[in-house]
Write a protein that binds this ligand. Structure first.
Ligand code: SAH
Length: 391
């Protein structure tokens, strides 16, 4: 066991070193979007996956085309799922030329895929500017759910999270999120299956990249896009309060999940730096507004961290906090990855916490673990690949 711990410590240290050296170079630190502003980068064509249906229609009008043509183009992109404009054979040569002059296809290269015994698949992608990102596909009895990354790295700095080990180097474009889903859908096409659900719960804070995330969701949700139903789409935020209000005012039908992980400010401050900017009182006010404005129930995510937030008193305090709200709690088994030494709880301890919430009349579920034999925790595959690159 000690030897195992020692190895783990070593591994974590190594990962830290890699992150320090590769991901957040001093240049990137000074100017995180420098790559995007680089002249060669800005000369690149826009990805066609960046265009929402409405944006495509506006573009068509600006070309003097009939809007109808966008239906055909979207069909090719999202129903036939072609990889090039040349394959759009019912479009005239001129139309295809105009498209290829202005747009290109996917901005992602699939680097690696891992498949677990339970059907969970992890995908590692490389962006045009060399960043690595991960998506996960989980198989449920109700369908196939894809967990999408929204940023390269993350600035939220949650103490238990692997993603936060690397600072955000940039936001992902809408096309880079669409492309994650498209690549996975194309894999599923081989067996005539489809992506039926999306959770924006990969690396990154979606409400720190609001516009791109919303445009991405528009495309995958659109009837002529991938047609993934709004109720099958979930966005998870660590609690960026102003964006919760904005989201509430948008009256979207997507599900909202909030990462809570603590029943009081003292504990939440120590786990999630965002709580210092938007403490629980403010968060709960925003949530109250959201649930009432949208007449929707909301999910709170709560990772059980052994000896940190899983006492009987924590459960009771959580119940007191949440009782007034239209919500339910999803208890999440912790994937141990970080150097802070957080430990997961066992089944019995999880059930104890669950039972208290139940008794206190809080709607609660325990999330099933997925893909534990293939680097289950977010960011692990990415780290492995970075390490390989160093050798
Ligand atoms: N930034 C968003 C979405 C990404 S994280 C958010 O905070 O909600 C998605 C969920 O996974 C969050 O609830 C997050 O707290 C949780 N999470 C992070 N690291 C984890 C780990 N090692 N094990 C289990 N869940 C983790």
């Amino acid at each position: 066991m000690d030897k195992e711990n020692e190895n783990l410590q070593k591994e974590v240290q190594e990962i830290q070193n890699i992150y320090e050296q590769i991901d957040v170079s001093p240049e990137m630190e000074k100017n995180p979007v420098s790559l995007l502003e680089h002249p060669e980068q800005s000369l690149r064509k826009k990805s066609i996956y960046d265009m929402t249906y409405e944006q495509m229609e506006d573009w068509a009008v600006s070309k003097g085309w009939k809007k109808f043509r966008i239906q055909q183009i979207y069909n090719w992109l999202y129903k036939s799922r072609v990889d090039s404009f040349e394959e759009m054979t019912n479009l005239s040569k001129e139309t295809r030329k105009a498209l290829s002059e202005e747009f290109e296809f996917t901005p992602l290269e699939l680097v690696r895929q891992q498949i677990a015994k339970d059907g969970t698949r992890k995908f590692l992608f490389r962006t045009e500017d060399g960043a690595l990102l991960e998506s996960v596909m989980m198989v449920f009895d109700y369908g196939n759910s894809v967990c999408v990354s929204s940023q390269v790295g993350c600035n939220m700095g949650c103490a238990f999270c692997a993603s936060g080990l690397t600072k955000k180097s940039r936001n992902l474009k809408a096309s880079e999120m669409v492309a994650q889903v498209m690549a996975i859908q194309k894999e599923l096409d081989r067996s005539n299956e489809r992506v039926s659900h999306i959770v924006v719960m990969g690396t990154g804070e979606p409400f720190d990249n609001y516009e791109n995330v919303m445009n991405f969701l528009k495309t995958v949700n659109h009837d002529r896009g991938l047609a993934i139903g709004s109720r099958h789409i979930t966005i998870s935020t660590c609690g960026v309060v102003p964006k919760i209000y904005e989201f509430a005012d948008g009256h979207y039908q997507y599900n909202l999940a909030v990462s809570l992980h603590a029943p009081n400010n003292r504990l939440r401050d120590s786990l999630m730096p965002i709580n210092k900017a938007y403490p629980l009182e403010e968060l709960m006010k925003a949530i109250d507004y959201y649930t009432k404005e949208n007449n929707r129930r909301l999910t709170f995510e709560y990772i059980l961290l052994n000896g940190v937030n899983n006492s009987v008193e924590d459960a009771k305090e959580l119940a007191r906090l949440l009782r007034p709200y239209n919500c339910y709690v999803n208890l999440i088994p912790y994937n141990s990855v970080d150097e802070h030494g957080f430990r997961p709880v066992n089944r019995e301890e999880a059930m104890k916490f669950y039972d208290i919430l139940k008794k206190e009349k809080i709607a609660v579920t325990i999330r099933k673990e997925h893909g534990s034999d293939i680097d289950a925790a977010c960011g692990q595959l990415r780290i492995k690949e970075m390490r390989k690159g160093r050798k």
